[in-house]
Ligand binder design. Structure first.
Ligand code: ZN
Length: 282
């Protein structure tokens, strides 16, 4: 396992962690000020700042981009909607290429309004990924499928486990030609009894593209906006990081905390606490 007790060598900040306090420019400058070498922008603030200006700022501050969040949402009620989703992922892939993101984070999508057919939604995700994969390969931006906790299966992401994501990768990229992999976010997968096996499986195929950390609070008061700071909850972060690194992952460790509590704090204080917890808890 890597030793994180020294510097902040592998730390990356997901912009959403400070999204109520800082725009993307402020977050980039904040990372640089705090010695955090990585950032993961979201598309909306990226478009506000402008691709060229964002790329320049990121380059000038010497930051790596651990991923661009996010695109996907493939299922739709009709063919036009499904094509629009694919086109949107294509644009996101190009944006990711422009800022030299190490991957585009893909959130698959849930069931279209009125549908109860989860199997059909999953089929549409498969078909959408198959349609966009050649473009991602050509752009040099791998698609990182992020399984989300099953509580989001209906409306946000019908890929709920790392096993499902690995299965999709194996089906769509059987030769391991690249362009497709997984994002492992502890918040979404820590509960999974198959986690160790599936992390090893993803690593054996060189498909771990991103590693996201935060914590699971007990009790959790909101399905989306009550993630915890690392160390404040029940996730054995060091164990999961050990599994991910034993599987061959040597990339950035991205802190992604959606939390109305942390969004109320001074963002410089948030970054100081993140840096401290990176040393002591991650
Ligand atoms: Zn994540």
């Amino acid at each position: 396992m890597r030793d994180l007790s020294g510097g902040l060598e592998w730390l990356s900040l997901n912009w959403a962690t400070v999204r109520q306090q800082w725009d993307l420019r402020q977050a980039i400058e904040g990372c640089a000020r705090h010695g955090i070498p990585g950032i993961a922008p979201w598309r909306e603030p990226l478009q506000v700042l402008g691709l060229a200006e964002a790329a320049r700022l990121i380059r000038d501050h010497g930051l790596a981009v651990s991923g661009l969040c996010r695109a996907g949402m493939f299922p739709a009620a009709d063919a036009a909607g499904r094509q629009a989703a694919i086109d949107e992922v294509r644009r996101a892939t190009d944006e990711a290429a422009a800022i030299e993101a190490q991957c585009l984070v893909v959130v698959a999508g849930g069931m279209p309004a009125g549908s109860k057919d989860l199997a059909l939604a999953r089929q549409q995700v498969r078909d959408g990924l198959a349609a966009i994969l050649p473009h991602a390969r050509a752009a040099g931006v791998p698609l990182a499928l992020e399984p989300l906790h099953p509580m989001y299966a209906a409306d946000r992401c019908c890929i709920s486990t790392l096993a499902q994501a690995n299965d999709l990768c194996a089906e769509l990229d059987p030769e391991g030609a690249g362009g497709l992999g997984v994002a492992i976010d502890v918040y979404h997968v820590f509960w999974d009894p198959e986690l160790a096996r599936e992390i090893a499986r993803a690593g054996a195929a060189s498909r771990i593209l991103a590693f996201h950390v935060c914590d699971w609070l007990v009790p959790t008061r909101h399905l989306l906006l009550d993630r915890g700071m690392m160390g404040d909850g029940v996730i054995d972060l060091r164990r999961i990081r050990g599994l991910v690194e034993a599987a061959g992952y040597a990339g950035l460790i991205e802190v992604e905390i959606f939390s109305t509590d942390w969004w109320r704090r001074d963002p410089d204080e948030v970054l100081r606490i993140i840096s401290g917890r990176y040393h002591t808890t991650v």
